[in-house]
Design a protein around this ligand. Sequence first.
Ligand SMILES: Cc1ncc(COP(=O)(O)O)c(C=O)c1O
Length: 269
Amino acid sequence: MSGSALYETFARAPLAFDRGEGTWLVTDKGERYLDFAGGIAVNSLGHSHPHLVAALTGQAAKLWHVSNLYEIPEQRRLGERLVDATFADKVFFTNSGAEALECAIKSARRYQFVKGHPERFRIITFEGAFHGRTLATIAAGGQYKYLEGFGPKVEGFDQVAFDDIDAAEKAITPETAAILIEPVQGEGGIRPVPTQSLKRIRQLCDRHGLLLIFDEVLCGIGRTGKLFAHEWAGVTPDLMAIAKGIGGGFPMGACLATDDAAAGMTAGV
Ligand SMILES: Cc1ncc(COP(=O)(O)O)c(C=O)c1O
């Protein structure tokens, strides 16, 4: 065995943290570090926040898992809170941001399918995007460094330059199902999409019968000073993927949808 037992997919710093206290991390040798990374935009409540610890340990001691074949009152309550706070009518919970994006992509394709347009499956994305590391989300992100060597790229993603709304309009074909965009591009360099551009994208979607998908996995959950970044622009999507900050380090994400956008996602699909 070479190195550690773990896949060598991360260039790790030679530091092991033993505990965290709010914004501080403490190594196994007792050194204290002020944490500016926040678990790559994940630890929205800092480390070991008492409210989060109490919620998780309380639940763990009571009941861990029952599957989605039964009612889960806490899941229902969180869904209702997200619906009350956003444009959404429906929520699907996931374990990660990439899965939330997969749900949004599948919802958009199924929406077109059940509305009588099975030919509409393509999704327009923007250069510099990052949407996760599953096979579909690396295709959506369109970055060669993540696609190389993983076989044929998942079909159905058309990428245009960042904030080039004219190019996005030209890329719309009879096969287009949706436009997917991060309101503030994260990995692409913390690039906010201008309000006017988000408004034009919304209009394009409405004019052409496309769904608008926001990826707020990184920029959502309070990072911009509002609960979601798109609230600054006053533009709402049909579908939205969130994760990271919503779990504060507990692995979870969610796909939010209007009733209409979720119309294709029925029992068994
Ligand atoms: C904008 C954006 N979308 C999607 C993802 C994927 O989320 P996850 O790593 O939870 O799968 C990330 C992760 O960094 C992200 O920044």
